[in-house]
Design a protein around this ligand. Structure first.
Ligand code: PGA
Length: 251
């Protein structure tokens, strides 16, 4: 993954078919600025479609997976491994999204093993962390997220093969965006934690109800190097507006 100033990652979750992806890429147009890296994390069924792969390449949009198994192969019905994703030309994979931590019971150790598998396959791991509302209200957000980061980043993590996404769980899909001051404080803390772990300058993404109307303010914050966008990324026009809101301005 090239070192750019801003990463805009779309997380389509369990939405879309190849037709959707093709229309989305056509509507998005060519990605706007070499300073920005646009990654569409699509369902695996879309990632294997040769027409979509070619269209994404032409549009300057990298493709990413939404999860991978920690093992390379074996008797794991329904799972997909990191080398399988890499074999499709995919460049990145999300690991440890809160929906997987919650619904698939993934622990920090599981997430670290998946991230390590991604690195071994040559993929960028987009490692997600974030606190619940109860944890934030109890004043434990920074401590909790720090412990997730320390346990979820494997030894194989470097500043060029990993993106760390801070996504407060209560802000995901709720329309309830974190206060910019709280995001700034958390990202400042995470930057210090990453430095302490020997990863100074690790790109930090914010996620949780990022929309065209709040993206500019969030993306301008110090230590915010991009956004992980769920709901608003399904609409190409909204996601394009978020790309345009990234530092550097509309081109
Ligand atoms: P949201 O999702 O933008 O819909 O809140 C973010 C995410 O789950 O990555």
């Amino acid at each position: 993954m090239p070192n750019v100033t801003c990463y805009l990652v779309a997380n389509w979750k369990m939405n879309g078919t190849a037709d959707f992806a093709s229309q989305w890429l056509a509507d998005l147009g060519r990605s706007r600025n070499a300073e920005r890296q646009v990654i569409a994390c699509a369902p695996a069924t879309i990632l294997g479609n040769p027409a979509v792969i070619a269209q994404a390449k032409a549009a300057g949009v990298a493709l990413g997976g939404q999860d991978c198994h920690a093992k390379t192969d074996g008797a794991y019905t329904g799972w997909i491994s990191a080398p399988m994703l890499a074999g499709l030309g995919v460049c990145a994979v999300i690991v440890g999204h809160s929906e997987r931590r919650e619904h698939a019971g993934e622990s920090d150790a599981d997430v670290a093993a998946k991230a390590q598998a991604a690195h071994k396959a040559g993929l960028t791991a987009i490692v997600c962390v974030g606190e619940s509302l109860a944890q934030r209200q109890a004043g434990q957000a920074e401590t909790l997220v720090e412990s997730q980061v320390r346990a979820s980043l494997p030894d194989s993590a470097t500043t060029s093969n990993t993106l760390l996404a801070y996504e407060p769980i209560w802000a995901i899909g709720t329309g309830q965006v974190a206060e910019p001051g709280d995001v700034a404080a958390m990202h400042r803390h995470l930057a210090a934690v990453c430095s302490d772990m020997g990863l100074p300058g690790l790109p930090l993404l914010y996620g949780g109800s990022v929309k065209p109307n709040n993206a500019r303010e969030l993306l301008a914050l110090e230590y915010v190097n991009g956004a992980l966008v769920g709901g608003a990324s399904l609409d190409a026009a909204s996601f394009a507006a978020i790309i345009d809101a990234a530092p550097g301005g509309k081109v």
